[in-house]
Design a protein around this ligand. Structure first.
Ligand SMILES: [Zn+2]
Length: 252
């Protein structure tokens, strides 16, 4: 699951659409925090609201199987506050640092790392550009594919050589520090969605044509004028159409 900048907005959307998503536990955790912190419900009331949400929106919901998990989530809902970041500002100085390095696949990765670095800096002023996101996740969000797995490290090494990032290894985890984060400059544009950071960069530099998924708002490549849905929403729609077709065919 990619980073959610504004959890309050996300929770409102989930409640409006009644969508559990691919990770029910994290959806329930988000809703638990919302019920507790925005609707001022106590642990017991939060427990019942979460249970009710699942009952209404999860097919084949088994209340007994979920009871202890929901109880746990309801208890934790007061402990972690809802994150409310509206946007990550991107400055000209940052874009210049990125543009100095070619090819574009490096720029997409640098932009992605920059967004993560700024996100963690906003969460903690002592962060100074460090990110501990997995390399796999960074490449996925940047939409950069490689022929050989080792290329992923070679690209990052090139960026380190150029002084744009630094490495540190803590507990076997590779941490990356983004060295060109600019927390003071004026925003040239802002990022409000972390699902497609590589595309956001391409869209900004005007390299290719993009549009938004009409169902979930995700940035998608506009390969022709018929493009309307991201691949996830297209799959869900196709399933719904198939179900409708079979229902009508069987006369139910
Ligand atoms: Zn979509």
């Amino acid at each position: 699951m990619s980073i959610i900048l504004n959890e309050t907005k996300q929770a409102v959307q989930i409640l409006e659409k009644g969508e559990i998503g691919s990770n029910p536990a994290s959806t329930l955790f988000l809703l638990g925090k919302y019920y507790n912190q925005k609707e001022q419900l106590n642990t017991e009331q939060t427990f019942y609201k979460l249970h009710e949400f699942m009952e209404q929106h999860e097919k084949n919901y088994n209340a007994a199987l979920w009871e202890s998990a929901i109880e746990d989530i309801a208890k934790k809902s007061a402990k972690y506050s809802l994150r409310e970041i509206d946007a990550i500002p991107i400055t000209q100085a940052e874009l210049d640092s990125i543009a100095a390095m070619t090819p574009v696949k490096y720029q997409k990765l640098l932009f992605t790392m920059l967004c993560y670095g700024k996100f963690y800096n906003i969460l903690s002023q002592h962060n100074h550009g460090w990110i501990n996101t997995s390399i796999q996740e960074l490449y996925k969000i940047a939409r950069v594919t490689v022929k050989y797995k080792k290329d992923k490290f070679l690209y990052l090494n090139d960026m380190e050589q150029a002084g744009l990032i630094s490495f540190s290894t803590k507990n076997d985890n590779l941490n990356i520090k983004v060295n060109f984060v600019d927390m003071e400059g004026a925003a040239v544009f802002t990022i409000t969605d972390f699902r497609e950071l590589g595309y956001e960069y391409l869209n900004y530099i005007g390299n290719e044509s993009f549009t938004l998924c009409t169902l979930c708002g995700r940035l998608i490549k506009k390969t022709n004028n018929k493009c309307r849905y991201c691949s996830d929403c297209a799959k869900i729609r196709k399933n719904q159409q198939n179900q409708r077709y079979y229902r009508e065919k069987s006369g139910k």
